[in-house]
Design a protein around this ligand. Structure first.
Ligand code: BGC
Length: 772
């Protein structure tokens, strides 16, 4: 754990320069606007340890698969969101000596990310090896209003010298991914041009053929006067610069304003990319930093209005939840159904920046609760668009009749993960995709979504499960063999409870959906039956047979479902007995040792119990929690959120709080020692769930909103916003519970088990009846 980030309600602050943690800070202070994003690299040169990172949504490279031993069915490539051109660069040379914080003596360094309006500020004084001292204040943002734009305001002051200063403002497209499989560069230059204050670089990605144009416009001011450039510099491939030379007297300050436009062929055709980018840069220069920032800030104000969570009496928890919400809002804006949420968002290269089951299992609830309905719907449509590819993926593995296996990792619908135990075996992801459809409809009431979208996906998933099971004569039941559950610390197990449960649940839910469509949408239903050659009688009879005869591993003595058939053969030793110096075990133990151990990476059986908690009484949940949680090492960022919610549900306040803090501050405090790779963006959706469901006690049962809130002892109060159906609710807990409905419609909801009617634009005050 690292605890160098200053606690603050609205800001992330690094006070004093921590070069050893520079990669961690670069992740923590990342910026994004759903279309582009970047790590918090410095504008000026930095020769110390750094992971340069600029990313453009949806622009990827299919990096040829690299494996030791090829297995049939492996994908040809691993899609990678590319590291794109660095447009922030501003080199500062004073009499030929370059400002570089790795070689200068740095004082009064402070980096601040204001989450209220997504502004990154950095200030410091630096003494160069020659003794020359400068004071710098750098600010930048990526516009939430005009998603193609970014802006920098960079002030530099001479503290003790009078000398010529050369400023080079550049775009550098000669970049590569640190995780490139063959050390290749993924970009080709197509065109570039520059004038005194502007520069444009149009590039194409190799193989995938995306076009991206970066444009910059730079101006320099001294004493409020514009300075002219020393002429554009176009001296190497994929690189362009505008340079300015100015004599700076002691005490004088230079102001550099740099505007960037980043456009991709996802939105603008190749032929127009240059001219459109030029227009954007010139418009941005005419508007200026302050106006662009004001527009950007307004968008953020609206976002926070819908999504903020306030915690009184606990700054660490407050900063944690806002950081998570902020990063989610920076990553996905839901205006394009071709985009999704990579586990690292725009903050690093690991996981390729592509889609996992994380989106459905952990991110969807956040967008359901805080954004317009179409945002969550777009996440579902993304998978619907990939249905054909998921069917092809299943075919490749030997399935037929329209069965679909969605990829474990994808960017365009094709599988690109290539470890057999995950690619072929972690099939519970199909369950998460089905559950997301249910979750969306249960939450929004939008049953229209079922035909054709929801049903088509559910049918293909059910067809998959029906073929993936096999009958066991020994067990006289259906079994699912050779899988990996959410716990990736054991592979190729038989009858993983969660997987078997998701298979049965998907079949049941699809049957329910069929009943509904036959009754409510008979014409559409006919069309769907024909389109998908659905042999209703035969297929549904088979599904019912599986539902009734599925095997679930269970231990009578412990009275719990087992994670998999052989789980109790393992030596069960609580994780508390592990040597703290050997944790996280995935960074200290051999993989072999991990696989044979009882340690669980993340909620597995408990994931099912969490999703279907209404099906179990509290005692059953408690028994499972008490067996599984002590042997769970929470080495996936996705773990603590589920445990926080279940702990609250079974009345364990302290555990709920501990787990909540761990998920909320996972990156801020670098719990798993891996924030340097990028932030755990998808787990941030889990943090939101942990807050709203553990403390707010929110559940939607049969389409009705239920609240069972409690206030952790160390907090004075909290308040959060929630969109539910037509209502915009503001829910506050302190000495009493108040719920304001900021919408004219009436809402019937259940609070601590009692039904209440909340009229539109009214406030409900409820005496606190129950705490944990
Ligand atoms: C987790 C998976 C998750 C992936 C991406 C892994 O460490 O075990 O459940 O999908 O990370 O976040």
């Amino acid at each position: 754990m690292k605890e160098y980030i200053v606690h603050h309600e609205w800001k992330v602050i690094e006070d004093g320069f921590h070069p050893d943690y520079n990669r961690v800070s670069e992740s923590l202070f990342s910026l994004g606007n759903g279309h582009t994003g970047q790590r918090a690299n410095f504008e000026e040169k930095y020769s110390g340890d750094s992971l340069p990172g600029n990313y453009v949504a949806g622009v990827y490279y299919p990096d040829k698969t690299l494996v030791g031993w090829w297995k049939n069915g492996y994908p040809e490539y691993f899609a990678k969101i590319l590291n794109a051109a660095n447009w922030i660069g501003i080199r500062v040379e004073i009499e030929g000596e370059e400002l570089d914080l790795a070689t200068a003596r740095v004082h009064a360094f402070r980096r601040e990310l204001d989450m209220k309006d997504a502004l990154l500020t950095r200030s410091f004084t630096a003494e160069l090896p020659s003794g020359k001292q400068v004071e710098v204040l750098a600010r930048r943002f990526l516009s939430m209003k005009d998603k193609a734009l970014g802006a920098i305001r960079y002030n530099i002051k001479s503290l003790n010298f009078s000398a010529p200063v050369k400023i080079t403002s550049f775009i550098d497209g000669d970049v590569k991914n640190e995780d490139s499989n063959y050390d290749e560069k993924f970009w080709m230059e197509l065109e570039k041009k520059a004038s005194d204050q502007e520069a444009y670089l149009l590039m194409e990605t190799k193989k995938s053929g995306f076009h991206v144009c970066h444009g910059i416009g730079t101006r320099l001011l001294k004493n409020g006067k514009n300075l002219s450039a020393a002429g554009p510099k176009v001296d190497r491939e994929k690189y362009l610069a505008n340079t300015f030379v100015v004599n700076l007297q002691e005490g004088e300050e230079l102001l550099i304003e740099k505007f960037a436009a980043i456009n991709s062929s996802l939105y603008i055709s190749r032929n127009e990319l240059m001219s459109e980018t030029e227009k954007s840069v010139q418009k941005a220069m005419a508007a200026g930093f302050d106006q662009l920032f004001a527009e950007h800030s307004k968008c953020w104000e609206e976002k926070w209005e819908a999504a903020d969570i306030r915690i009184e009496g606990d700054v660490a928890a407050q900063q944690g939840i806002r950081f998570n919400i902020f990063q989610l809002m920076q990553t996905y804006t839901g205006d394009d159904e071709r985009l999704n949420i990579g586990p690292k968002g725009f903050t690093g290269e690991k996981y390729g920046g592509v889609t996992y089951w994380d989106t459905e299992a952990y991110c969807l609830p956040f967008f359901l609760g805080t954004a317009p309905q179409r945002v969550a719907q777009n996440l579902l449509i993304y998978r619907h668009k990939h249905l054909q590819k998921a069917i092809e993926n299943a075919q490749k593995l030997g399935f037929e009749n329209g069965a679909a296996l969605y990829p474990m990792v994808t960017i365009n619908g094709e599988e690109c993960h290539n470890e057999w135990e995950i690619t072929f075996e972690e099939i519970h992801r199909n369950g998460a995709i089905a559950y997301a459809i249910y979750n969306y409809i249960n939450y929004t009431g939008d049953r229209e979504y079922l035909a054709p979208y929801g049903f088509e996906v559910l049918l293909a998933l059910s067809r998959f499960w029906a073929q993936r099971v096999n009958w066991s004569d020994v067990k006289q039941a259906y079994v699912i063999l050779g899988v990996t559950g959410p716990n990736e610390y054991e592979n190729n197990v038989n009858n993983n409870f969660h997987t078997n449960n998701m298979a049965v649940w998907t079949l049941k839910y699809t049957l329910e959906v069929i009943d509904y469509l036959k009754k409510e949408q008979p014409y559409l239903w006919e069309e769907l039956v024909n389109k998908w050659k659905f042999n209703e009688v035969q297929e549904t009879t088979n599904w019912k047979e599986i539902i009734e005869n599925m095997y679930f591993p269970y231990d009578k003595e412990l009275d719990i479902y087992l994670q998999q058939d052989g789980f109790l053969d393992k030596e069960i030793i609580p994780a508390a007995h592990l040597n703290p110096t050997e944790r996280p075990i995935n960074q200290h133990w051999s993989w072999d040792r991990i696989l044979r151990s009882c340690y669980i990476k993340q909620a597995d059986t408990l994931q099912s119990l969490y999703w279907f908690q209404e099906d179990y009484d509290t005692e059953t949940l408690r028994r499972h929690f008490d067996f599984y949680e002590p042997i769970t090492v929470h080495e996936s960022s996705l773990s603590s959120c589920i445990h926080a919610i279940l702990a609250a549900r079974i009345g364990r306040e302290e555990k709920a709080y501990e787990m909540y803090l761990r998920t909320a501050r996972l990156d801020l405090d670098d719990y798993n020692n891996d924030t340097e790779d990028g932030l755990h963006i998808t787990s941030m959706g889990g943090t939101w769930m942990a807050f709203v469901e553990a403390f707010g006690g929110i559940r939607v049962v049969n389409g009705q909103l239920h609240l069972n809130p409690f206030l952790p002892k160390s907090w004075k109060g909290y308040a959060f916003r929630l969109n539910f159906r037509d209502s915009h609710l503001e829910i506050s807990m302190a000495n009493e519970l108040t719920i304001i409905n900021h919408h004219p419609g009436t809402l019937t909801l259940s609070i601590w088990g009692e039904e209440h009617i909340l009229n539109g634009n009214h406030k409900l005050e409820v005496e606190i009846k129950q705490t944990l």
